[in-house]
Design a binder for this molecule. Structure first.
Ligand SMILES: [Zn+2]
Length: 410
């Protein structure tokens, strides 16, 4: 077994801090990851990627506060179900607030701000935001289970006859996103267990309609879904995506949920062609799920060697010796001018040690410069995956890297 194939060598709890992506502090508390500049770059790039896929499909961004009066969750049904997992805050005037463990109830209140004509639907709200759950200390583990996590959340408010089309759009986003990283996806049809109706909100009719739509989607996509009887959310059935990573381990990742209950509880309607109020549907869809958990999976899947477009540092410049420090700085400036994230390693260490350091950091491009390179206005390139690539003009290299970033070449 190569070191890289050993799951222990890839453990994100070890690799993450070694790559300087995140940290934990006893003073802040367990389950509350802190994000370094490099880790924050990673998070923002991933979020931006999902946002681009959503934007192309008509989503708009919304924003919400991280706390709410408890009445919102009483109405949504979450207070009853999740009361013990909520962080609660008492205001100085004696009111009880909760720190949000999910975003759906807040988003319904953005939808209800005005009456909607059927012509204005679907309304698609995207919101990458942190949620908080009072997990027990013993259950916390690195980034896989935290007390504060960031959902790349979205809710679609649409008519029943638009549900299928909206599901298919999200289906495409999920596939485009995960296939970019080389994950293989399987779909699980998570439906309710008719033997335990007490576990679910809403009436039988709702469930039958909702599950029928999901079945049609699976048929239309012509795939064999895993049967997930009893795996539905308490408010509706869902399609769960299971990703297989490079070590053939399986992770439940994205989920698309059809919810006909929250619209009832919050009286979500549109005005239809006949001028009547019509009950609408709500779709919940997270692509990464939680950025923290997705990063735990991605770090272990890639062994920390991220694709070029995602690498917090894309290139590192190494002068052969101090004599070439000025030329190295010139090359660095040229690379940075082109929005390539680059650094210079010119400490007192030997070149061999610095090359190894760049390798440990899994930086895609290492650019060595000495006398020949200074004279020819070139750099000597070593690629993390492809090995030695030799001398190339700085200008040409910049062009090549930019193209690879744009095409999201791995
Ligand atoms: Zn939701």
């Amino acid at each position: 077994m190569k070191a890289d194939e050993n799951p222990k060598e890839r453990d994100h709890k070890e690799l993450g801090p070694r790559l300087d992506l995140f940290a934990f502090s006893d003073l802040v508390g367990s389950g509350l990851p802190l994000w370094t500049p490099k880790g924050t770059t990673l998070r923002n790039l991933l979020d931006e990627f999902v946002w681009q896929l959503r934007k192309e499909r008509g989503y708009e961004r919304v924003e919400i506060p991280h706390i709410t009066k408890k009445e919102l969750y009483e109405k949504s049904g979450h207070w009853d179900k999740f009361k013990d997992e909520l962080f609660q805050i008492k205001s100085r005037e004696g009111y009880l607030f909760a720190v949000k463990p999910m975003n759906c109830p807040h988003h319904t209140q953005i939808y209800t701000r005005k009456p909607w004509s059927y012509r204005e639907l679907p309304q698609r709200y995207a919101n990458t935001t942190m949620c908080y759950r009072d997990e027990q200390t013993g259950e916390l583990g690195g980034l896989s289970r935290t007390r504060a996590f960031t959902q790349d959340d979205a809710h679609v408010f649409c008519r029943m006859n638009q549900v299928k089309q909206e599901f298919l759009k999200i289906w495409d986003i999920v596939h485009e996103f995960y296939e970019m990283f080389g994950f293989k996806l399987q779909v699980r049809f998570s439906r309710h267990d008719p033997k335990h109706p007490e576990k679910y909100l809403g009436d039988k009719k709702h469930w039958a309609i909702a599950e029928n739509i999901l079945e049609e989607i699976i048929k239309e996509k012509n795939i064999r879904a895993i049967d997930g009887i009893g795996e539905a959310a308490f408010y509706g059935p869902k399609l769960d995506f299971i990703a297989k990573d490079s070590l053939s381990r399986e992770w439940q990742v994205a989920t698309i949920q059809l919810d006909l209950n929250m619209p009832d509880r919050f009286d979500l309607v549109c005005i239809n062609e006949n001028g009547e109020k019509e009950r609408i549907a709500m779709i919940h869809a997270a692509i990464m799920g939680s950025i923290e958990r997705f990063l735990a999976i991605l770090i272990e899947h890639t062994s920390g060697a991220f694709p070029l477009w995602l690498s917090p540092i894309q290139a590192v410049v190494l002068p052969l010796s101090e004599k070439f420090s000025k030329y190295a700085h010139d090359a660095l400036a040229k690379v940075r001018e082109n929005n390539i994230r680059a650094e210079l390693l010119d400490s007192g260490e030997t070149l061999g040690k610095r090359v190894r350091e760049a390798e440990v950091q899994k930086i895609p491009y290492t650019l060595v410069v000495g006398e020949k390179e200074e004279k020819n206005k070139t750099v000597n390139v070593r690629h993390y995956r492809r090995g030695e690539e030799g001398e190339i003009s700085t200008e040409e290299l910049v062009k090549k890297i930019k193209k690879e970033i744009e095409e999201k070449v791995i």
